[in-house]
Design a binder for this molecule. Structure first.
Ligand code: 3PG
Length: 208
């Protein structure tokens, strides 16, 4: 799992209404330096968007977000997703994901949820919704009792608060939708998205 994140600082969290836009969007983000892309399963176009990016933009590491069930995991694996992210996690999803060919990044918002994930052998989690669930203070508190756990905070992250998360020893990368506004995707405004994405180039991870 660490290999997946080795060069990654920011993961765009993408809600896409039309798979027609997927390839250009992915190329724009990759060219601007963001290569790990999370396409959320929140629209009917999401699976086809994953398929298109997987086959037409090989430089992108495309994965699926909002994975809620074993059947979602199967669908996204078939579409070519290289990873899956869940907003939370259930015993069923933990059990089923152990047979899947792609890594799952389960979501957590409490220390008991982190402990449950660790019982299932996981050490990498999405911290969601990061700002609402306690922000950097929560992650700092978790680093004491659970120093081996690593997090991708997502939910309420912006270009301005990202550095305070990335400076923490237990943060691998941050996720967010701020550089992929839905109206810009709809309008095909790649210049605006490229500008927002390029601004992420200044963000750095502290310690891994
Ligand atoms: C997610 O599902 O991870 C969030 O919708 C992304 O959160 P954000 O829109 O606050 O960045």
């Amino acid at each position: 799992m660490n290999a997946l994140f080795s060069e990654i600082v920011v993961i765009p969290v993408i809600r896409i209404e039309s798979s027609e836009r997927a390839v250009e969007l992915a190329r724009t983000l990759v060219d601007a330096g963001l290569s790990m892309l999370e396409i959320t399963l929140r629209t009917p176009a999401a699976l086809e968007a994953i398929e298109r990016i997987a086959s037409e933009v090989p430089e992108a590491v495309v994965g699926a977000g909002t994975v809620l069930s074993a059947s979602d995991l199967n669908r996204v694996a078939r579409a070519g997703a290289r990873f899956a992210i869940a907003p939370g996690c259930t015993q069923t999803l933990y059990r089923e994901s152990s047979d899947m060919p792609l890594p799952l990044i389960p979501g957590v918002a409490t220390i008991s949820e982190v402990m449950l994930g660790m019982e299932h052998g996981y050490e990498h989690f999405k911290f969601f919704p990061a700002e609402a669930a306690g922000g950097t203070a929560m992650l700092k508190a978790w680093a004491g009792p659970l120093p081996q756990a690593r997090f991708v905070p997502t939910g309420g992250i912006t270009i301005d608060n990202a550095p305070s998360y990335l400076a923490l020893s237990n943060v691998l990368a941050v996720g967010g939708s701020w550089m992929v506004p839905e109206d810009a995707i709809e309008a095909g405004d790649w210049t605006r998205i490229a500008g927002l994405a390029r601004a992420c180039a200044g963000l750095r991870v502290g310690e891994r």
